[in-house]
Design a protein around this ligand. Structure first.
Ligand code: FES
Ligand SMILES: [Fe+2]
Length: 367
């Protein structure tokens, strides 16, 4: 595949950078390549431990087109498996729930919480069949500050190796990040490529023109600070009355984790996932959490309001970009990548494009 190298941005200056060409957003073959080079090889957040709070609880998440079953084991260890029965390939579980064994709905093969086949009905008459040799296909999983990350690359390095440097600051900002309850899910349809969703998250240049309610009532873009470190971004912004902060860490390739300042309630944990579905469709999925000791009503009400305002506004500009990029009059965008521009800088997008290109140009995994 013909890949633009990061060094070939025409007319690039330190702070005016040519963005990735439109075809990187529009071409399904680029998305297929990204699946292999990025999403099947990177640490991908599927949620928080409160989504499977007790031994025996589980949920199914997705890494693009791969269903992953996350199970809270009876030894209090979280494990992840491809969500497929080893018998004839039926999906093993759906949604979320609690169980003592994982029973396939098709022929009732049943697995323990560690993925070992325990029962295959009517198989005793087949002495050559050895259930003890059958296990679900495992997936790498790491729990980091209560966040559940999986990596489909068997040879991946550890999550902590790559992102552990965030832990101290994240725990200082969200000291009870593990003691949370998951109270609301809000998947917002973005009719655009996943990179456009990440880019929309990666700047507050659009906050003034697009988010009238947010800027008029919640945050003050004048206080915005955005720093890039490793393959992370850190967003810091104060509320208009300076009583609360919005601090969000972005983990490559598609997760933002931090505090959301809910008016009248306080700061609460919110995770944003930019979940790619197709080259032209992404779920910008908000998950809202509340400290286990607090009532969740105000956060749920705000999350619904947020959906109708900020969430819908971002979805509209995301779709507008995808339509606009199909114009014959557009080849690639221009980024004003100057960190000194405060809320208006697009330098985190320029960095993000570099990460995308590095991943696409990396040699294929030999696993
Ligand atoms: S496919 Fe699962 S038991 Fe047959
Ligand atoms: Fe926005």
């Amino acid at each position: 595949m013909d890949m633009l190298s990061a060094g070939s941005y025409k007319g690039a200056a330190a702070n005016v950078v040519e963005a990735l060409p439109a075809r990187y957003y529009l071409d399904p073959t680029v998305f297929e390549r990204e699946k292999q080079a990025i999403f099947y090889r990177s640490w991908y957040c599927l949620g928080h431990i409160s989504m499977a709070p007790k031994p025996g609880s589980y949920f199914v998440g997705k890494v693009v087109d791969q269903e992953i079953l996350v199970v809270h084991g009876d030894d209090r260890t979280y494990r992840a498996f491809y969500n497929v029965c080893r018998h004839r390939g039926h999906q093993l579980a759906r949604g979320s729930g609690e169980c003592r064994t994982l029973v396939c709905p098709y022929h009732a093969w049943s697995y323990d919480l560690r993925g070992r086949l325990k029962v295959a009905p009517h198989s005793k008459g087949v002495p050559q069949f050895k259930p003890a040799e059958v296990e679900l296909a495992p997936v790498n999983i790491e729990v980091f500050c209560g966040l559940i990350f999986v990596n489909l690359d068997e040879r991946s390095g550890s999550f902590r190796e790559q992102f552990g440097f965030i832990e101290k600051e994240l725990r200082q900002t969200v000291p009870r990040i593990e003691e949370q309850k998951h109270v609301f899910d809000l998947p917002v349809e973005h009719r655009c490529n996943w990179k456009a969703s990440v880019e929309n998250f990666s700047e507050c240049y659009h906050c003034g023109p697009v988010h009238k309610y947010l800027v008029g009532n919640v945050i003050d873009p004048q206080t915005y600070q955005l720093t890039v470190c490793g393959r992370t971004q850190k967003h810091e912004i104060c509320t208009r009355d300076r009583s609360m902060n919005q601090n969000i860490w972005f983990f490559w390739p598609n997760t933002g984790v931090g505090l959301y300042p809910v008016p009248g309630f306080g700061e609460t944990l919110c995770i944003r996932h930019m979940y790619p579905v197709r080259h032209d469709f992404t779920y910008y999925h908000y998950r809202w959490f509340v400290d286990v000791e607090k009532d969740s009503g105000a956060v749920i009400d705000y999350a619904k309001h947020h959906s109708a305002t900020t969430g819908a506004e971002d979805a509209a500009v995301a779709a507008g970009v995808h339509i606009g990029m199909q114009s014959r009059g557009f080849i690639s965008g221009i980024l004003l990548a100057d960190p000194d521009r405060g809320a208006s800088t697009e330098h985190a997008i320029a960095e993000f494009h570099r990460w995308v290109m590095e991943a696409l140009m990396a040699p294929p995994s030999s696993s």
